[in-house]
Design a protein around this ligand. Structure first.
Ligand code: ATP
Ligand code: MG
Length: 365
C-alpha cells in the first residue's frame, strides 16, 4: 500500500497544501515548530480516525479557521486506488469519506489504510512501568484478534467485581465462600489471555530480533520474554490451575489490600539486549533502537495478516541513532513506504537523501 498524495486545508498550522509522495522514502525536513509532526498527524487521522497527541478534534483546526479537511490518495498493491477524506465541520463534528461515501462507524474506516507510527512517546514502552508494556500487548493483540479484545474486556469486568468482593470480605468474612466462583471465572479468562500473549511474544520476539540484528549489524541481540507469576505454562489447564492456586495462596493478603495481586493484569515483558535488561542498563540509543525494532515488527505482522505492507511514519527517530544505525534502518525498510521527519538533513547520509523525496517545511508551507 502506498500514499500517492495528500491535500490539507486549514489543518493545524497549514492553510492549503497539496503534496505528492515518493513510493519509498520521504524525508520531511524543517526547524522546530514548523509543521513536520502536524503533517504526520494529518496522515494518521485518516488511518485511525483520531490523533495520537490530542483527544480534542477541534485542536486540529487551524486557530483562525472553523473547518478543516485532509484528503489522501492511496494505491493498494493490486493497483486499486482509494481516496480517504477526514473533515471537521462547523459544528466541530468529524466526518469520514471513503471514495466520496460517508462512513458512520470508525470501525469501518480501520483497515482501509494501514499505518504504523513511531514517535518519541513510544520510548515509554521501554522506559516506563509494566502498565505501558501491557497496554502495548493489549493494543497489538486486539488489532489481530477480536476474541482477545473481548477476553480482556471480560477479564477486567470480573477482576473489578472480585476486587469489590475482597473489600467487602474485609468487613464481612462470611462472604468468603463466594470468592471461589470469581476465582474460577478470572482464571478461565486469565489463562486464555496469557496463552495468547505468550504466542504473540514468541512471534514478536523472532521478528524483532531479526530487525534489531539488522539495525545493529548483529552486534546486539534483542530478546523478549513474558514475565508472569504462573510457573507451569504448558497449556490452558496448567495455567488456569496455577492461577487458581495463586489466588488462594494470596487470599488473606489480597483481602487486606482489597485487590487481586496476581494475574495477567500484573504481568510484564522483559526486554533484554545481550542478556542485560534494557530498562535499567540500556543507553538512550539502545533503548530507542529496541523500541523501534519492536514497533517495526508490527509491519511484518500486519503484512502477514493483511497481505500488504503498511505505510510507516517515523517522527524524529534519527536524532539518537548514529550514522551506521540510520543507514541500516533505512535499508531494513526498503519494501515499505516511509515518511520520516528530521530537523537536520545534514546529519543524514547522502546515499539515502539522493534516493528519496525531500519535503521542506517552513511555517506551515
Ligand atoms: P519539532 O521539530 O519541534 O517537533 P514540528 O515541525 O514537528 O517541530 P509541529 O508539532 O508540527 O512542529 O507544530 C508546528 C506548529 O503548529 C507549532 O508551533 C504549533 O503552535 C502550531 N499549531 C498547533 N496546532 C495548531 C492549530 N490548531 N492552528 C495553528 N497552529 C497550530
Ligand atoms: Mg515534531
Amino acid at each position: 500500500m502506498k500514499i500517492k498524495s495528500i491535500a490539507l486545508k486549514n489543518f493545524r498550522n497549514y492553510n492549503y497544501v497539496h503534496l505528492g509522495f515518493d513510493e519509498h522514502l520521504n524525508i520531511i525536513v524543517g526547524d522546530n515548530a514548523q509543521g513536520k509532526t502536524n503533517l504526520l498527524e494529518a496522515l494518521y487521522v485518516c488511518g485511525f480516525g483520531k490523533s495520537f497527541r490530542t483527544t480534542k478534534d477541534s485542536d486540529l483546526v487551524n486557530f483562525n479557521e472553523e473547518i478543516t479537511s485532509v484528503k489522501i490518495d492511496i494505491e493498494h498493491d493490486n493497483g486499486y486506488q482509494e481516496i480517504i477524506e477526514y473533515r471537521i465541520n462547523q459544528k466541530n463534528r468529524k466526518e469520514f469519506l471513503v471514495n466520496g461515501v460517508n462512513i458512520t462507524k470508525i470501525s469501518d474506516l480501520l483497515g482501509t489504510i494501514n499505518l504504523v507510527l513511531f514517535y518519541p512517546d513510544d520510548l515509554k514502552l521501554i522506559k516506563e512501568s509494566p502498565g505501558e508494556r501491557r497496554k502495548f500487548l493489549n493494543r497489538e493483540l486486539s488489532h489481530i484478534s477480536k476474541i482477545y479484545c473481548l477476553d480482556i474486556i471480560e477479564y477486567n469486568r470480573i477482576l473489578m467485581q472480585r476486587n469489590e468482593l475482597l473489600k467487602k470480605i474485609f468487613y464481612k468474612p462470611e462472604h468468603k465462600e463466594t470468592l471461589e466462583i470469581w476465582d474460577e471465572q478470572l482464571a478461565d479468562k486469565g489463562s486464555k489471555i496469557i496463552m495468547k500473549r505468550m504466542h504473540f511474544i514468541e512471534r514478536l520476539g523472532e521478528i524483532s530480533r531479526e530487525i534489531h540484528g539488522n539495525i545493529t549489524n548483529h552486534v546486539e541481540n534483542l530478546s523478549i520474554s513474558y514475565i508472569t507469576s504462573v510457573k507451569n505454562l504448558t497449556n490452558y489447564d496448567t495455567i488456569k490451575d496455577d492461577l487458581i492456586a495463586g489466588f488462594k495462596k494470596n487470599q488473606e493478603s489480597d483481602i487486606k489490600r482489597g485487590f487481586t495481586s496476581i494475574g495477567p493484569h500484573r504481568d510484564d515483558i522483559d526486554i533484554k539486549i545481550n542478556g542485560i535488561n534494557i530498562k535499567s542498563f540500556g543507553s538512550q540509543g539502545q533503548q530507542r533502537t529496541a523500541a523501534l525494532s519492536l514497533k517495526l515488527s508490527e509491519i511484518e505482522i500486519i503484512k502477514s495478516e493483511v497481505g500488504e505492507y503498511p505505510i510507516l511514519l517515523l517522527d524524529d527517530v534519527m536524532s539518537e541513532l548514529d550514522h551506521k544505525r540510520q543507514k541500516d534502518l533505512i535499508y531494513t525498510l526498503k519494501n515499505v513506504q516511509t515518511i520520516i521527519t528530521t530537523t537536520d538533513v545534514k546529519n543524514l547520509l547522502d546515499d539515502y537523501i539522493n534516493a528519496s523525496k525531500l519535503i521542506k517545511v517552513k511555517g506551515g508551507s
